[in-house]
Design a protein around this ligand. Structure first.
Ligand SMILES: [Zn+2]
Length: 233
């Protein structure tokens, strides 16, 4: 087999290895960058914190209401108990009773609002929890698919490396060095093929004489325009 053919084979393998490495990197970036579960967990944490605050607010209002009710009971029992006889004191007690009733009524409104807020936050927590479970499932399944692809790519690349080593053994080191240099300088493509009568890499027209050299099994030819190895098949 000609050097030209081996270089062409080498290029095919290296292109596949490049694509495999790029995909493996992309898979890693996708898995590492997947913030879905963390975001859903943050939502759960935030809604739990909101519920806790709403429950604390409700408890505070309930305690305040209970304290005012107790005070009202005491004032009413003094008012109607018959022990207080001085008109001024009775009047003060009456004022106190009606003032406490107003305050309690206001607190009851607040309590109702606080209860509604607790219910609302409980619903939010429940929905955030369900969302988290669903996202965990989706993410795990997506990652499993990616891990499977990663495993297949790794195995393919291992096989390609073995093939590559076998080909490298058959190519002169002078050509290998030039190949490596071209790969480095020509965006990974060191070997172009003939695409009808043009270079597949740079699109330049290749003359009939040059095409003949490119197709020769004994010669190694280059694209006169981009300088890449030119393989004519
Ligand atoms: Zn070219």
């Amino acid at each position: 087999m000609s050097h030209s053919f081996h270089l062409y084979q080498l290029q095919k393998i290296d292109t596949q290895l490049d694509q495999g490495a790029a995909r493996i990197l992309e898979i890693k970036t996708n898995i590492d960058g997947d913030r879905r579960v963390q975001d859903a967990q943050t939502l759960v944490d935030e809604s739990l914190a909101g519920l806790k605050a709403a429950q604390a607010q409700l408890t505070k209002i309930e305690q305040e209401t209970a304290a005012k009710r107790m005070k009202l009971e005491q004032s009413e029992s003094s008012l109607y108990g018959g022990k207080v006889k001085i008109p001024k004191e009775l009047q003060d007690l009456q004022h106190e009773v009606s003032s406490l009733k107003r305050i309690i009524s206001g607190l009851e409104d607040q309590q109702l609002e606080a209860m509604m807020k607790v219910e609302e936050d409980q619903a939010k927590c429940e929905s955030a929890g369900k969302h988290l479970v669903r996202i965990q499932g989706e993410s795990a399944s997506d990652h499993a698919v990616l891990a499977g692809e990663n495993g297949m790519l790794a195995a393919l690349m291992e096989r390609l490396q073995i093939e590559r080593a076998a080909i490298v053994n058959q190519v002169d080191s002078v050509f290998l060095e030039e190949y490596a240099r071209l790969r480095k300088n020509k965006r990974g493509v060191a070997v172009a093929t003939l695409s009808e009568d043009t270079c597949s890499a740079c699109g330049s027209l290749i003359t009939a004489a040059e095409r003949q050299i490119a197709r020769s099994p004994t010669q190694v030819s280059h694209c006169p325009s981009c300088g890449r190895f030119l393989y004519g098949g």
